[in-house]
Design a protein around this ligand. Structure first.
Ligand code: ARG
Length: 584
């Protein structure tokens, strides 16, 4: 609900009491956006629900409320329509005043959160020595956008990269590292072992075919857990190598993250199991320590346990998540913890959340949220793969988007007979390519699968990043052409006449509502839809209303609308992690 709606709601509540007495205090006026803009901007539907209680016709009730309703500063006189709707139409002068206000506000009328909270966004979280795949790309893009929105709202956000940097696979990797780089293990502080993924594959092959190697690998796991210096050193080298590869992707995408991998929680794992034991939740099942869950059964319909310590004494993914959850609540003092992963991990989160709740580890004021997302599919509707059927390397994927944007741009420049420097072309291609990938992902409702298509995401028409970047650049084109500095436009200049001006104005004023809905529901596609609609509303205004050629005072007013649209786009896109271009 935006500020205007809140004001209207208060007035409606007062009118209801004035019409029917104090017994009716707190009755919800049921204020919603008008079903049809012809009838106004909002409508209150309360009369229909009060009609039974009062034994009166809804129209009569609506009339009685309207009579007492004081909204003259905001709206035209209310009208009763249909069975008993109270229709409200915003006054043009009110809209003009609102726009004048946001013109002077760097936050464009979006209030910061009244009670800032400590929030954790756990996102990206790839695994060492394994491929950072398109699933991690989605987590990275969606998680970053959520973090940006919460930060903008004034929350204290901890962006955590829960990297998979621990586990039995390291035994095999270290054993193999010892074989191929015997010296490096004791001397080097950094190592270039090339592509870690193929290194992983080779190590796995050795492991699968050689029993002696398997034994060595097992011993390395024991040594790693015991903290043997040379083994730890090898582990660090592997992590460092992976980290460098991840960093390339984060830099391309402009992502900031604090690394706190699974290994960080190692010292806390025994205590998790002990405390579960103390609380009486722990059950031994075939040597493994586990907690039985409600609402989860295996294929045979038997109750399903969550294993927290395997029969060989080892801990697992769930134990680590339980330990990290406690740490985040106790040490980080987080009040909302948001996990961004593929929907396939839904059960994992539901299960360890349940165990933590049962154990009494989650205070009432702490909210745990799993933010799931669907799969990335190829244009054939199947799992996203390269032509040869391999998994797509993220770096290649991003490079490809940029190089396609580069080619598109060159064609366009040729058509427009424009000469631009190589530097300009490269920068525009970079921004367009990366933005296109991010936007294509964010603009889908994250819970559904999405089809990855370079052609669609790079299209200058449609709900794409290039479309919106183009609108932004077009507005800056106006300022260049008219030699206008948007920052120096007169104040209180807004004057709304044309219907496209009014439509744009009303839409500009909805930003705060959209942002607060994303803050709650964590669905960045809502913000994308808003920015897309805004761009379309701007284009309609631009098509119908002359701007630079208009006479004053209309000219300045229209320039203010241009400025506000550009600033809204820039702010909105920045919350999606997308950079704008003044020229493209
Ligand atoms: N490393 C995991 C994966 O690649 C994601 C971790 C998500 N975060 C968490 N706290 N479990 O699937």
């Amino acid at each position: 609900m935006n500020a205007t709606q809140e004001k209207l709601k208060v007035q409606l509540e007062k009118a209801i009491v004035a019409a029917f007495g104090a017994d009716f205090a707190g009755v919800d006026p049921i204020l919603v956006s008008a079903s049809n803009p012809k009838f106004g901007d909002y409508q209150a539907n309360v009369a229909l629900s009060l009609s039974k209680k009062k034994g009166l016709q809804p129209r009569a009730i609506a009339g009685a409320i309207a009579l007492k309703l004081d909204v003259s500063e905001i709206c035209e006189p209310p009208e009763i329509a249909g069975p008993g709707f109270i229709n409200l139409k915003l006054k043009t002068a009110y809209l003009e005043a609102q726009l004048n206000d946001i013109q002077a506000d760097p936050r464009l009328g979006v209030p910061a959160a009244k009670t800032p909270k400590r929030e954790i966004v756990d996102f990206s979280s790839p695994n060492i020595a394994k491929e950072m795949h398109v699933g991690h790309l989605r987590s990275t893009i969606i998680g970053d956008s959520i973090a940006r929105i919460l930060e903008f709202q004034g929350h204290d956000v901890l962006r955590l990269n829960h990297i998979g940097d621990w586990g039995t696979q390291f035994g095999m990797l270290i054993a193999y590292l010892r074989e191929v780089y015997p010296d490096a293990l004791t001397t080097a502080n950094a190592l270039d072992i090339g592509d870690l993924v193929s290194f992983y594959r080779k190590a796995k092959q050795r492991f699968d075919t050689d029993a002696a190697f398997q034994e060595t690998a097992r011993q390395e796991v024991v040594r790693l857990q015991a903290g043997a210096e040379d083994t730890l050193h090898a582990w660090k080298l592997l992590c460092e190598q992976s980290r460098q590869e991840f960093q390339i992707i984060y830099e391309l995408l402009d992502i900031k993250l604090t690394e706190r991998g699974e290994s960080f929680y190692n010292p806390l794992l025994p205590e998790v199991v002990e405390d579960l034991e103390k609380s009486g939740l722990l059950v031994e099942n075939q040597g493994a320590k586990c907690v039985f869950l409600e609402g989860f059964t295996n294929r045979e319909g038997e109750p399903l346990p969550l294993i927290v310590q395997k029969s060989d004494g080892g801990y697992n993914y769930a134990t680590t998540d339980l330990a990290s959850l406690r740490y985040r609540i106790q040490q980080d003092q987080a009040k909302r913890i948001i996990y961004v992963t593929d929907a396939g991990q839904g059960n994992h989160f539901a299960q360890f959340f349940q165990v933590a709740r049962k154990a009494g580890w989650i205070p009432d004021d702490v909210e745990l949220v799993h933010v799931p997302f669907g799969l990335v599919l190829g244009e054939d509707g199947k799992k996203f793969k390269t032509r040869s059927g391999d998994t797509v390397r993220l770096r290649d994927l991003l490079d490809e988007a940029v190089s396609r944007a580069h080619a598109d741009l060159k064609t366009r420049l040729q058509k427009e007979e424009r000469q631009e420097t190589e530097e300009f072309i490269n920068e525009v291609a970079r921004v367009v390519g990366i933005s296109a990938v991010k936007y294509a992902d964010l603009s889908q409702n994250r819970t559904s699968n999405y089809i990855f298509s370079y052609d669609k995401m790079l299209d200058l028409k449609g709900n794409t990043a290039p479309y919106m970047l183009y609108v932004y650049a077009r507005i800056h084109g106006i300022s260049r052409k008219g030699d206008i500095n948007f920052k120096e436009l007169g104040k209180n200049a807004v004057l709304l006449q044309h219907e496209t001006e009014l439509a744009l104005a009303k839409y500009l004023l909805q930003l705060d509502e959209v942002i607060s809905s994303v803050e709650q529901d964590l669905l960045p596609n809502r913000l994308c839809e808003y920015l897309f609609e805004l761009s379309q509303k701007f284009n309609q205004f631009y098509d119908r209303c002359p701007i630079l050629q208009a006479e004053e005072p209309q000219r300045t007013s229209r320039l203010v609308l241009c400025d506000l649209t550009a600033r809204t786009l820039k702010l909105g896109l920045s919350l999606l992690g997308i950079q704008v271009l003044e020229r493209m």
